[in-house]
Design a protein. Structure first.
Ligand SMILES: *Cc1c(COP(=O)(O)O)cnc(C)c1O
Length: 231
């Protein structure tokens, strides 16, 4: 078993260095992507100071949320969203990073329990125009953002992207810069958005250089995943 604490410290050091190098004063939030990881591994990460956890698969996530309900963890949903999953997402998560359709946004808005406050949401952008990839295309983003901003139980926070896996680091950095440009465009249209969810284990430095405010890190914290899906 790998030493999660040692890995967390190494990732924190990478984040600190990249933040200093980019001349920024505020470090991005470290969101631990915990898909396929056991509740015991998450608990160990929590004891080392990690509070925000991201999950991609609802059933798997609900089991962990239940197992760890004694701890004040903050849950982010980062996977593809089917309509029949929206209710339990609205009821169990603080954040959703992977919103890309108005129909899903409307369902989350209707189903968000009032006592939980607004659901914090990011729109996922298909920044590299990949076929069969979730995310809205850049030209359709402004209309979707304005529609989501009008929903009273959602708080539109920002944009999320997952650059093409096979692309080079230089291409990833260009994609991150494009996502930052899109956020700036929406901010000029008076949308009160402040979040860029971008950068993972292999490219978090490049994302921080382009303005990431949340980095989503899995394998660099928990070790290499044997599979991407739950068993
Ligand atoms: C798995 C995943 C990550 C983390 O990937 P690593 O390369 O393990 O850091 C980040 N974001 C999303 C949406 C993911 O599915």
């Amino acid at each position: 078993m790998i030493d999660i604490v040692m890995h967390i410290n190494a990732v924190r050091q990478r984040i600190r260095s990249a933040t200093e190098l980019s001349g920024r004063t505020q470090e991005p939030l470290l969101l631990a992507i915990s898909k396929t990881r056991s509740p015991a591994e998450l608990l160990r990460a929590y004891q080392a100071g990690i509070v925000h956890f991201g999950e991609n698969y609802l059933q798997e996530a609900l089991e962990k949320i239940n197992a760890l309900q004694a701890y004040p963890l903050i849950w982010h949903f980062t996977g593809p969203i089917q309509s029949n999953k929206t209710r339990r997402i609205a009821e169990n998560f603080s954040w959703v990073h992977s919103l890309d359709r108005i129909k899903i946004a409307q369902r989350l808005n209707e189903q968000r329990p009032a006592e939980l406050g607004k659901l914090q949401v990011c729109i996922q952008v298909n920044i590299d125009r990949e076929k069969s990839k979730t995310g809205v295309l850049p030209e359709a983003l402004p209309e979707l953002a304005h529609e989501i901003n009008a929903l009273s139980h959602l708080q539109l926070r920002g944009l999320m992207a997952l650059p093409a896996a096979e692309a080079s680091p230089a291409q990833h950095q260009i994609s991150f810069a494009r996502l930052a440009d899109l956020l700036a465009l929406l901010q000029r249209q008076s949308l009160p958005m402040d979040t860029l969810s971008m950068g993972m284990s292999d490219d978090l430095e490049l994302a921080i250089a382009e303005g990431a405010t949340i980095v989503r890190v899995g394998s660099a914290l928990f070790g290499t995943r044997i599979r991407n899906n739950p068993p």
